[in-house]
Design a protein around this ligand. Structure first.
Ligand SMILES: Cc1ncc(COP(=O)(O)O)c(C=O)c1O
Length: 414
């Protein structure tokens, strides 16, 4: 029995009926951003057509409606990540801003010279550069969790580097290059035993894996709604409330205040202390429709669908003699992200040839340059799946790759 009606799901996404270069669009760039179902697009236009108003301050009907729709999404997100309380769900512009919030606010208050911040060797620049800047400002040091041959966290090495100097372990929940699912709870056990905190970059994990902050046992979780069917411009920071209470504001101005005098300010309570200025009301409200859509499908079903697609794609990739696939080969240990290279061929050329067949993949360093250096490549080609992708699309992808392999094989040998 199918976990959900795939044909119906595809009908819910207007963009999937368009053609690219005369061929039906095959969208395999979901790790960059996901497509949006009609209900999300409608939620956006509905807000602007019927109750566009600023929130929290107004006493008129439109403002009350907008405020209650905006706050209802906070509750949907709390529920989606099984967070114990609502006041620790904070809206940001994206996952990147949420990491920066923690680095500036918690980091500048708590990181001291000689402290260590532990990152994995496969972090996205968004969960790397903010810590580099913080470490250089505070005289702290970055330490890396190395990967095994198959691109997984080496827990033995992790146990040897997480120790008394560690103040923070900041790791991805799922790699946007290798697809690797990180054993966050096991790392959290090591970190907490050493008295350190754990920040999880859920930009890839939360859209694809059923998520509970309690089960992850993390202290901060960040993610972006645009990778999970929502609009661009909405991110989330979840943090343990006692940590957030103790942290100074990140940005300041309107909304984040309780009272202001000429010479001082009393900050607003959580979560508003961290939401300065008019937020992205429309996109937050439309994000609620995205969460509802995923809940209707069921995150266990989303995961099951992606395991099936990934298994199928990994198997078919074996037909390509020249393809080198990165990351764990067991679909149960990874998400639906497949990075690969052909010998001597630049991944951009693969991307361009596939685009001619209407197939959208990503090529480049995927904002993971240190990992690319470890892999000794300039970049990779990457196909990534989501709820609306089909085995038939993977077949088209494979046929186009076989064709590309033939053409580029010639080019590369010349
Ligand atoms: C693992 C990971 N972390 C962080 C980000 C940054 O997300 P955003 O650009 O939405 O802030 C991405 C985006 O691709 C990602 O894949």
């Amino acid at each position: 029995m199918k976990a959900f009606d795939l044909e119906q799901v595809r009908k819910d996404f207007p963009i999937l009926s368009r053609a690219v270069n005369g061929k039906p669009l095959v969208y395999l760039d979901n790790a960059a951003t996901a497509q949006k179902p009609a209900c999300v697009i409608q939620a956006l236009t509905n807000y602007y057509e019927h109750y566009n108003a600023n929130i929290h301050r107004g006493i008129h009907t439109l403002s009350e409606e907008a405020t209650s729709a905006y706050e209802a999404v906070r509750e949907s997100i709390r529920d989606f990540i099984a967070a114990p309380c609502l006041r620790s769900v904070i809206f940001t512009r994206n996952a990147t801003e949420a990491v920066n919030l923690v680095a500036h606010s918690w980091g500048r208050t708590n990181i001291l010279p000689g402290d260590e911040i532990v990152l994995s060797a496969m972090e996205h620049h968004s969960n790397l550069v903010p810590w580099q800047l913080l470490a250089s400002e505070r005289g702290a040091k970055l330490v890396y969790l190395e990967l095994t041959e198959s691109g997984e966290i080496d827990l033995q090495q992790a146990a040897s580097v997480i120790g008394a100097r560690t103040k923070l372990v900041a790791v991805t929940m799922m790699s946007n290059v290798l697809g690797t699912i990180v054993p966050v709870a096991e790392l959290a056990k090591l970190a907490h035993a050493a008295g350190a905190l754990v920040l999880v970059d859920g930009a890839q994990g939360v859209p694809h894996l059923k998520t509970s902050v309690t089960e992850l046992d993390c202290d901060f979780l960040v993610f972006s709604l645009h990778k999970m069917l929502g609009p661009t411009g909405v991110g989330v920071l979840w943090g343990r409330p006692e940590l957030l209470e103790a942290m100074p504001p990140f940005l300041s101005g309107g909304d984040m205040i309780g009272s202001v005098w000429r010479d001082r300010v009393k900050f607003n309570e959580l979560p508003y202390k961290f939401e300065a200025g008019t937020p992205n009301i429309a996109d937050v409200i439309a994000s609620g429709a995205a969460i509802d859509y995923l809940n209707r499908l069921g995150m266990d079903n989303v995961r099951a669908h992606e395991i099936e697609l990934t298994k199928y794609a990994l198997n078919r990739m074996k037909e390509l003699d020249d393809a080198l696939v990165y990351g764990p080969l067991d679909a149960n240990k990874r998400g639906g992200v497949i990075s690969f290279n052909f010998a001597d061929v630049h991944p951009h050329d693969i991307g361009q040839i596939l685009n001619e067949s209407g197939i959208a993949i990503r090529a480049g360093h995927h904002c993971c340059q240190p990992l690319m250096r470890d892999l000794k490549v300039a970049g990779t080609a990457r196909a990534s799946f989501y709820i609306y992708n089909t085995k038939d699309e993977i077949d088209q992808f494979l046929e186009a790759l076989q064709e590309a392999d033939k053409v580029m094989g010639h080019v590369a040998c010349r």
